[in-house]
Design a protein around this ligand. Structure first.
Ligand code: SAH
Length: 268
């Protein structure tokens, strides 16, 4: 997979693209990650890339010319390589875009060539949105100073799904959202840490029982933290019945409130 990032701050990507799993994927040639400073495509004297908005108001707006020129240059190069049918996905990072999910990560991991455009300041000239891009992605309902961190988030999530990127030490199959559910809890040595033991079943060596325990933990965790995910998950009739029972037990015990994953839990 080829990934190109248009940014005014290429140095921000050095650490992320050079370290850990992404760094190794790049070394192994599984993914090429390139940054392009679209300031280099500005043709005016001071290499400006932004200007004040028509109609007034605060903030600066990214001009269309350098971004169009940079993308057209890149797409031209991809054509030169003779990649059959490889028209790139041109993705604008933007808080108004489609909310990024694991499903979109899977979809993008099937592509040959992705181009990310990182905004700054107030945002982009609307003609970029209307006439250049194929996708707009948001990483959540909050506003950051630039599209670099969002692009890194998306690239990381996509790259770890490419064949060969994750070693045996980690597998994408059972990860949260992989099967529409949150993942089960993990334990490692020691078997007893302070007064907290590892659940017996995990030490039993009985793999059928372990699988069953993990699946139920996964269902329970999804029920308590993200019940809305259960509507889309693929569950057997038996699992649905088991969940109904767990739901009933929880409400009988007065545990109707959603588990927020400890976010607002107060240390007492
Ligand atoms: N004025 C814009 C926000 C600009 S934030 C608006 O109200 O919609 C500056 C840049 O940061 C954006 O162009 C985008 O590239 C990036 N950005 C900020 N928050 C983001 C988010 N949640 N998801 C993706 N990109 C984001």
């Amino acid at each position: 997979m080829r990934v190109d990032v248009l940014t005014l701050f290429p140095e921000m990507f050095d650490g992320v693209f050079g370290s850990s799993i992404l760094g190794k994927a790049r070394e192994k040639g599984l993914v090429s990650l390139t940054t392009v400073n679209f300031r280099d495509y500005s043709t005016n004297k001071h290499h400006t890339v932004d200007d004040t908005p028509y109609g007034g108001g605060g903030g600066m707006v990214l001009k269309p010319e350098p971004i169009f020129a940079a993308v057209e240059d890149m797409v031209g190069q991809a054509g030169d390589e003779g990649e059959a049918g490889a028209s790139p996905r041109i993705i604008l990072m933007c808080p108004q875009g489609r909310p990024f999910t694991q499903e979109i990560a899977r979809e993008l991991s099937q592509e040959r060539h992705l181009v990310f455009i990182c905004g700054h300041y107030e945002g982009y000239d609307e003609r970029i949105r209307e006439h250049l891009i194929t996708d707009e992605l948001s990483i959540g309902d909050y506003v950051l100073t630039g599209g670099e961190l969002p692009a890194m988030v998306v690239i990381d999530a996509v790259a770890r799904l490419l064949p060969g990127v994750l070693g045996n030490e980690q597998s994408a199959a059972s990860d949260s959202f992989g099967d529409g559910l949150l993942e089960y809890p993990h334990y490692t040595r020691p078997p007893a840490f302070r007064e907290w033991p590892v659940p017996d079943v995990l030490l039993s060596g009985n793999h059928a029982e372990i699988d069953k325990w993990r699946r139920r933990q996964s269902l329970l965790r999804t029920l308590t933290r993200r019940p809305e995910l259960l509507e889309q998950a693929e569950l057997t009739q038996k699992e649905r019945e088991w969940l109904e029972q767990a739901r009933a037990e929880r409400s009988a015990a007065g545990e109707t409130e959603r588990d927020d994953g400890g976010f607002s839990r107060k240390d007492s």
